[in-house]
Write a protein that binds this ligand. Structure first.
Ligand SMILES: [Zn+2]
Length: 447
């Protein structure tokens, strides 16, 4: 955990600056101490708040000393069960959002994510997922879905995750999808409602991202439901670009035109061997597309057919993009803008749901607090990935003369080792030496 302080030397200052509406006279625990306590819930993958009590409180003095060391505080005792929840309830969501932005901006300045850029631009993977599902209404903002006789009350979220090297995906922004945008739409399918919500949520989220990162020209990597006028307009307005999955069903006229023109341009082709496959790329520039509001757009299209050399089986993918398509660019666009999009699902949502991070756990029944816990999870998961995939652990393994995978057995053991370290290890002073820390160069394993 001390490596976190190496990555983010100002983390304690940032925690101090969280807006905090607790009664100043009644504050026993500082923001930075509780900030670390909150992150521990996810860094240690404890799965529920109660586990903080079981796993950490009974560690007594040894655990208290470690947290005091991390937070640079002199708290006299460990917090009780509700202290954290009370604190989380008194920091507005914008405080946690701001903390995440400071962390992401620091990573951008360190340039550790740069190897994953697409034609020089950072890639944002945009995707939504279901988080909570209740059989009874839980708050006024629940999305409502009917399946046969049953009604479900849901909370969904739209994530913008920054693509990094080595399978890293960094949560850059979050928009909660709530009943205000689903509207009451009887007779509409779940898929239609999902589309409404994700597209509208992106419209709310994008200007905030532009404000926080005005200098960056993001490439949005999105699935076919975004392939329509509003996305093209949004990208144009914010000076961003996109790579969107191209599907016949979403834009039938454009698909038809593409297929017809492709036959007339047989020279726009690139073939290459890639891993155990042969890839064939084809592309067309400047297709005309008129959206449902009558606006005219020019978009480039590219496709990739992959043939497995061993089995002969084929896979086909196609995308639309305003990025320049040529023999020099198509493979990179297809990989980073297209194929890597699955990482938001695998490395992002699935891992957060199917691990001790317990993404779908109701960390608080209060909807506002629950959102704060969601953001805390995202912040902690950024840190978890830096520890797991960063060069520090690999260097440690090399120093000990053991292969990385033997050091911890598996990545899920990293959290358990962190917990053991907090409870039992003796932490050396030089681990916290800022001069030593400055010498460390951190990168991701991109082999
Ligand atoms: Zn609700």
């Amino acid at each position: 955990m001390q490596t976190v302080r190496h990555f983010f030397p100002k983390l304690n200052e940032w925690l101090d600056r969280l807006p905090d509406s607790r009664d100043p006279d009644a504050i026993e625990y500082s923001r930075r101490f509780l900030g670390w306590w909150a992150m521990a819930l996810y860094l240690l993958q404890l799965g529920s708040r109660r586990q903080l009590d079981y796993e950490l409180r009974d560690g007594g003095r040894a655990v208290l000393d470690k947290f005091n060391r991390l937070a640079e505080t002199e708290q006299k005792s460990l917090p009780v069960h509700d202290t954290l929840d009370y604190f989380v309830g008194h920091v507005p969501l914008t405080g946690w959002e701001q903390l995440r932005t400071q962390i992401v901006q620091r990573l951008l300045r360190m340039k550790v994510l740069d190897p994953a850029r697409l034609l020089g631009n950072p890639v944002l993977l945009i995707d939504g997922t279901g988080l909570l599902c209740f059989p009874k209404r839980h708050c006024p903002h629940c999305l409502v879905q009917r399946h046969g006789q049953r009604t479900y009350y849901l909370h969904n979220v739209l994530e913008a995750k920054l693509l990094g090297p080595a399978g890293v995906v960094i949560s850059l922004d979050t928009e909660f999808i709530e009943n205000a945008d689903a509207a009451d739409s009887p007779g509409r399918s779940a898929e239609q409602i999902k589309q409404d919500c994700e597209l509208k949520a992106l419209q709310r989220m994008a200007p905030r991202i532009k404000q926080n990162y005005p200098q960056l020209r993001f490439v949005l990597a999105v699935d076919s439901l975004y392939g329509c006028g509003p996305l093209f307009a949004l990208a144009q307005e914010l000076n961003w670009s996109y790579v969107v999955t191209f599907k016949e069903g979403r834009t039938p006229a454009l698909w038809k035109e593409y297929q017809a023109l492709l036959r007339q341009c047989p020279d726009n082709v690139l073939r290459r061997d890639w891993k155990d496959k042969v890839q064939e790329f084809r592309w067309l520039k400047q297709l005309d597309y008129q959206d449902t509001e009558g606006r005219d757009w020019k978009v480039n299209a590219l496709e990739c057919t992959e043939t497995s050399t061993a089995k002969g089986s084929k896979q086909y993918f196609a995308w639309l993009t305003p990025l320049p398509v040529s023999p020099k660019t198509v493979a990179e666009i297809a990989q980073k803008g297209g194929r890597d999009r699955w990482k938001v699902e695998n490395e992002g949502f699935n891992r957060q749901k199917n691990s001790g991070l317990n993404l779908r756990h109701v960390y608080s029944i209060d909807p506002e607090k629950w959102k704060a816990y969601y953001l805390l999870l995202q912040i902690a998961f950024v840190i978890t990935q830096l520890v797991e995939r960063g060069s520090l652990l690999r260097r440690l393994a090399a120093e000990l003369g053991r292969p990385f995978w033997k050091l911890f057995g598996s990545l899920k053991n990293v959290a358990r080792r962190l917990l053991e370290s907090l409870r039992f290890a003796v932490w050396q002073d030089d681990w916290f030496d800022p001069t030593e820390a400055r010498k460390i160069r951190i990168g991701f394993d991109t082999s």
